[in-house]
Design a protein around this ligand. Structure first.
Ligand code: UDP
Length: 320
């Protein structure tokens, strides 16, 4: 049985769908603060917070859990700067509670959602796993702290973990059952799609004076199902007795904000207003992953192109 903490959120729900397809038994454990119960369609659902040791105890004592996948975190970089306490409590302290209960029940396999935010402003792109870790906001620090905690837990308690450093997760389930629906939405692709749908008047480009080919920031967008597949491969590796490791998950190709806007216009055949405005604080000019390690060790491959990312997202958002 696999416990998926945060299984009714965006990435967690796509992983659950894939786990179910692969024949795994799942328990989704989620406080529904950001996720949706309608996304918890696979496996059992338990309403609970990872800070609630008693509730976790009940779940771990009732079910034989083989591994935990952890997707619950606060993810808004800007908010982490103005309210770091929320981030350190939710992302670090509450993760420790979950790990404590795992240790108590001798559950020693853990998959963790980390982030490219651990690299901060990279000196070199594409970014390798070994690149310096220099977060530039509390959100990135919380992810790096948990990675450090996991290294120590392996040494001391033999708890094996895989940390996946996500680049820009995007797109939706091709069947249209689940998708990206953050509230508030701050991510580029869903915001552009809202503009295409007429739900938003315009899309703003944050900064046109970066040292990039067209002056706008370059990011590495990766389809949520490509991310999900890496989680299944990582889980299987741990269940087969594999060691702890850390992997970047990105497509290894970068697209500028302007390019993404153009692709959305082309795919949706809609036009909308684009406003050029100042830079958003804390945005590195270019973030592109080197993902060769995940390919080599996990046998992972990227299946979705940027057009498919936009098409699946468009399909999902039209249904909302
Ligand atoms: N961005 C933008 N307009 C928006 C939202 C985002 O120009 O309304 C830019 C943002 O500055 C960054 C890129 O799009 O360069 C991706 O931003 P997002 O918030 O989706 O992901 P991040 O890379 O910050 O994790």
């Amino acid at each position: 049985m696999i416990l998926v903490a945060g299984g009714s959120g965006y990435i967690g729900s796509h992983v659950c769908k894939m786990l179910a397809k692969e024949g795994f038994d799942i328990i989704v454990y989620d406080n529904l603060s950001k996720g949706y119960e309608s996304f918890a369609r696979w496996g059992r659902f338990v309403l609970g917070d990872i800070s609630d040791e008693r509730q976790l105890d009940l779940v771990f004592s009732r079910f034989k859990i083989d591994a935990v996948m952890h997707f619950c975190a606060s993810i808004e970089v800007g908010e982490s700067v103005v309210d770091p306490e929320k981030y350190y409590i939710n992302n670090v302290s509450n993760t420790l509670t979950l790990l404590k209960v795992m240790n108590r029940y001798n559950v020693k396999k853990f998959i963790f959602s980390s982030s490219a935010a651990v690299y901060g402003m990279p000196d070199k792109v594409p970014i390798e796993e070994e690149a310096p870790k220099k977060p530039i906001n509390p959100y990135g620090w919380t992810k790096l702290m948990v990675e450090q905690i996991l290294q120590d837990y392996d040494r001391a308690y033999n708890l094996k973990s895989i940390c996946f450093r996500y680049f820009n997760a995007a797109g939706a389930d091709p069947d249209g059952e689940i998708g990206e629906a953050h509230n508030p939405e701050t991510h580029l692709i869903p915001l552009i799609i809202d503009a295409a749908l007429g739900k938003r008047e315009s899309i703003k480009i944050y900064g046109t004076d970066y040292d990039t080919k067209d002056g706008t920031c370059i990011r590495d967008y990766i389809h949520v199902n490509d991310l999900a597949r890496a989680h299944i491969l990582g889980l299987k590796m741990l269940l087969d007795g594999g060691k702890s490791d850390v992997f970047n998950l990105g497509s290894e190709s970068g697209f500028s904000v302007r390019e993404i806007i153009d692709i959305v216009k082309k795919v949706t055949e809609k036009d909308f207003k684009v406003i050029e405005t100042e830079r958003r604080p804390g945005d590195p000019a270019v973030l592109v992953a080197k993902s060769e390690k995940a390919k080599r060790i996990l046998g992972w491959k990227i299946e979705y192109s940027i057009e498919e990312i936009i098409k699946t997202a468009w399909n999902w958002h039209q249904k909302l």
